[in-house]
Design a protein around this ligand. Structure first.
Ligand code: GLN
Length: 312
């Protein structure tokens, strides 16, 4: 049996990161100017143990917009705030489609999955609050509890997301026309854009992943942020659709529930073992950080984190 507490320390994590420096490929996302300006050489990693100890290496303190790595946490907050009713409002089947596919679930008109844009537009809209600003405040407070620190969003990034997010506008209008979105399309896109623009660093994101990995309890602050049942639901959906149309390959190769994002961050939640995050801006066609994926694979191998590892 592998030890429940991985024996990684700063030096071995640094060695792991160094071993991936020769991995090249992918390109920095250019969907908005702020992402296109990212330094492709930035490379950070952080791992959070069950004790709450954070081990980090490289550019782990560099701030970036969380982008789609926010989706598991929006789903968690929606589940918590609706007492589970969010599961009626959004599907959970893996889509096998790109993150911004203009597609709703056949028959129901619901978004197909909370890990793709349609679903995240909806889960953000389901959190508590009577206005877009109140829902923004709820999301910031909720994400802050997952991270164990106060978080805010980058106004310029969120403006840009709204200006360039034509597919998100289209999805919101489509859901509205199907009767699956209660708020206006503009409100839904504004809220989702703010959520994607929340500034984190690799260490904060790793703590967020760890909070899910340890059943909704933040191992750094000790706060039970969401019920264990909510964490179970969220991690299940990360495992099956967290890397969009790359989820099958991810599960085979890395074997750890995770969520990718176009900023080049990946958040990982290995149940009862560890939370982790990797940040390296160049991404592949599926929107997954190239170095981040390779580091995740090696981290999983080193600590026997694969969900179906069988020690082999
Ligand atoms: N800003 C992006 C969007 O919704 C987030 C996408 C992502 O990280 N995959 O279009």
């Amino acid at each position: 049996m592998p030890s429940p507490i991985p024996s990684s320390d700063a030096a071995s994590l640094e060695a792991l990161r160094a071993s991936v420096l020769s991995t090249r490929g992918g390109a920095v996302d250019d969907s908005i100017p702020q992402l296109a300006e990212a330094d492709p050489e930035l490379f950070g990693v952080a791992v959070v143990r069950p004790t709450g100890e954070v081990v980090a290496s490289g550019d782990s303190g560099h701030a970036f917009s969380i982008q789609s790595a926010v989706k598991p946490f929006l789903f968690a907050l929606a589940l918590a705030d609706t007492g589970g009713a969010a599961l009626d409002a959004v599907g959970i089947e893996p889509t096998g489609e790109a993150f911004d596919a203009i597609e709703l679930e056949g028959g129901t008109g619901r978004p197909p999955n909370p890990m793709v844009n349609a679903g995240a537009l909806l889960t953000a809209a389901l959190v508590d609050g009577d206005t877009c600003d109140e829902r923004t405040a709820r999301i910031l407070a909720g994400l802050g509890a997952f991270a164990g620190r106060e978080l805010d969003y980058d106004r310029e990034v969120s403006e840009s997301e709204q200006l360039h997010g034509d597919r998100n506008h289209a999805l919101a209008h489509l859901m509205r026309s199907e009767g699956s979105l209660e708020h206006t399309a503009d409100d839904a896109v504004a809220l989702y854009a703010r959520a994607c623009s929340v500034l984190v660093d690799t260490e904060a994101l790793a703590v967020m992943g760890a909070t899910l990995a340890f059943g909704g309890r933040n191992p750094v602050t000790g706060e039970q942020v969401v019920d264990a049942r909510v964490a179970r639901d969220v991690v299940s959906v990360m495992a099956t659709c967290g890397v969009y149309d790359g989820s099958g390959r991810w599960m085979r190769g890395v074997g750890v529930p995770a969520k990718s994002s176009v900023s080049g961050a990946i958040v990982l939640s290995a149940p009862n073992r560890l939370g982790a995050a990797v940040f390296s801006p160049p991404i592949d066609e599926q929107g997954t950080s190239v170095r981040g994926a390779e580091l995740s694979r090696r981290l999983s191998e080193e600590h026997d984190l694969h969900s179906f590892g069988f020690g082999g």
